[in-house]
Design a protein around this ligand. Structure first.
Ligand SMILES: [Zn+2]
Length: 277
C-alpha cells in the first residue's frame, strides 16, 4: 500500500505534477453496480464481504480498504473524463483487473477500469472502448465482465504461467513464456496495436501499465527492464495519441519489497505520458 503514497510524492518531486493532482470523488454505488453484482457492492461498502471472497482477494475488506477501492475507481473514471477532454490522463492507482462481476480476487476489490468504461458507455460519453492490458497477469476479471459486450474490446498481454491459473477469454490474449525480455516483448506491439485499433475502433483506450513484467518483480516471471517498460508505454500511448484517440493510464500491478524502486518504476507511466504534453 505504501507505494501509492510514494508514487505521488515522486511525481511532485520530479515536477511531473506541476499543477497538483485532480482529486476524485469516491465511486458511487450507481457506478459500481454497472460492473459488479449489487449484492457484492453492498457487502464491500458495509465492510461485510464473505470471508471466502476475502480470501480470493488476498486481504480483509475493512472500511479503509473499501474507501481506498472506491477512490481508486473514482480516480480511473475521473482520468477517463480528463482524457476525453485533454487526450491523455493517468491515475496514480487503478488497474484492479482481477475483480469480476460476482466479486473481487487477486488483490482487486473493484475493477476500476470496468466500472469507468461502463459509466462512460451508460452515459453516452463513449460508444466503443478498448482495454489494452499490459499487466503481467491476465486481465481475467475485465475479460469476463465484458465477455458479451461488443462495445468493449479486451486485450491482455500476460505471462502464460502466471496467476490466474484458470484464464478467462479476452477478445485477444497474448500469453508469453517465462523470462520474456524487452526485445521480443516490444516486437509484438506494432501488430497488436494495429489489430486492436481495427477490431475495437475505440473512442477511448484504457491502458493498464502494470510494472510487474519487470525482471526484478517478485511475481512477474518476465524479464523487462525499466527502459523496456518506458518504451512499451511510449509505443502504446504514442500509437493512439498519433491517431487522436484519448488514452487513460492506470498503474496496475508491481510487487517488490523495495518501495522506493517500485514507486519509481510505476512513475515511468507518468514520466512517459508527460512526453506527450
Ligand atoms: Zn499483475
Amino acid at each position: 500500500m505504501r507505494k501509492f503514497t510514494r508514487l505521488a510524492e515522486i511525481l511532485v518531486e520530479d515536477g511531473l505534477a506541476p499543477n497538483g493532482f485532480h482529486v476524485p470523488a469516491p465511486a458511487l454505488f450507481s457506478w459500481l453496480e454497472l460492473a459488479h453484482d449489487p449484492r457484492y457492492v453492498e457487502a464491500v461498502l458495509a465492510a461485510n464481504v464473505d470471508p471466502v471472497v476475502e480470501r480470493a482477494i488476498g486481504f480483509r475488506v475493512d472500511e479503509r480498504v473499501a474507501m481506498r477501492s472506491r477512490c481508486a475507481t473514482g480516480g480511473t473514471l475521473l482520468a477517463a473524463r480528463l482524457a476525453l477532454e485533454a487526450g491523455l490522463a493517468c491515475n496514480t492507482a487503478g488497474g484492479s483487473h482481477h475483480a469480476s462481476r460476482e466479486g473481487g480476487a487477486g488483490f482487486s476489490v473493484f475493477n476500476d477500469v470496468a466500472v469507468a468504461a461502463a459509466v462512460l458507455l451508460a452515459d453516452g460519453e463513449a460508444d466503443r472502448v478498448l482495454v489494452f492490458d499490459c499487466d503481467v497477469h491476465q486481465g481475467d476479471g475485465t475479460a469476463r465482465i465484458f465477455a458479451d459486450d461488443p462495445a468493449v474490446f479486451t486485450l491482455s498481454i500476460h505471462g502464460e504461467r502466471n496467476y490466474p491459473t484458470q484464464k478467462a477469454r479476452s477478445d485477444l490474449d497474448v500469453a508469453l513464456p517465462d523470462g520474456t525480455g524487452d526485445e521480443p516483448y516490444l516486437a509484438l506491439l506494432p501488430d497488436l496495436l494495429r489489430h486492436a485499433l481495427e477490431a475495437a475502433r475505440p473512442d477511448i483506450v484504457f491502458f493498464n501499465a502494470g510494472v510487474d513484467p519487470h525482471a526484478e518483480d517478485r511475481l512477474g516471471r518476465l524479464a523487462l527492464t525499466d527502459r523496456g517498460l518506458a518504451e512499451r508505454d511510449r509505443r502504446v500511448i504514442g500509437f493512439f495519441r498519433e491517431r487522436g484517440i484519448p488514452v487513460v493510464g492506470v498503474i496496475g500491478g508491481g510487487y517488490s519489497r523495495d518501495i522506493e524502486a517500485l514507486a519509481r518504476r510505476h512513475s515511468i507511466l507518468h514520466r512517459t505520458a508527460s512526453e506527450f504534453g
